[in-house]
Design a protein around this ligand. Sequence first.
Ligand code: DGL
Length: 279
Amino acid sequence: MTDNRPIGVFDSGIGGLTVLREIWNSVPDESTIYFGDNSRAPYGTKSRSTVIRYSLQNLRFLETKDVKMIVIACNTASAYAYEELKKRADVPVVEVVTPGADVACRSTRNGKIGIIATKGTISTGVYKKAVEKRAEELGMNDIGIFQQACPLFVSLAEEGWWDKEVTRLTAEEYLKPLKEAGVDTLVMACTHYPLLSGVIKEVMGDNVVLVNTGEATAQVVKDLLRYEGTASEGNSHPVREFYTSDEPELFEQVAAPFLGEGLPSGTKHFTTDKYEVSI
Ligand code: DGL
């Protein structure tokens, strides 16, 4: 059986493209529809109720596209809104927190795990709980979790300043407590951070494992498609559509370095704020 319906992916803006890229790598035959809520980004500084409302509206939009699965390619939306989306969606919903927590637990050697994310994600404590839960399942004792919000990283990534001195200095400042704590594994729990992984690696040192939650999530997508029997097999022309709630041209300019190969193209404009949702 083959199911050629697309996978719906959404993020507050362009950061989720780092997850989308990993999904393409992991399941290249799958069609995808990406929605970037650029006009309402960032989510990382918004309240819980706002992020839940935005996420439910994005879900409604993707459901109109007859998607077979929804991927919340945003850590903040995953942290705040996953439970609500899971309850209300007609199709399976994948979030980015649990896969990252799993990889972190399996990567650490000294049990000291760092988590860097937006202020919103850190304030929910969702990542910390997910790592603790996974560690317990794996029978790991003495886990130390060290969290750090790195809000400026989002702007630096969007600016394309992936390898600038200002980025290095900012990273040194944010990451200092995690280095001092001796973490050997660092979860990049924000979609934008993998773009700064060169600088983050330089600051943390070669012995620290950086966890890219997009990669871990793409594996979950692959496994779930198989499990549900909804994989699209032998589809040599997967469709890759893009929508943004801001200017398509601007979206494509900022998004291009995330995806390469002349993508994204043909981006359409759509705002999801017209959907009435109750929370
Ligand atoms: N996509 C967000 C996340 O992963 C980062 C950008 C934002 O704050 O909207 O948390």
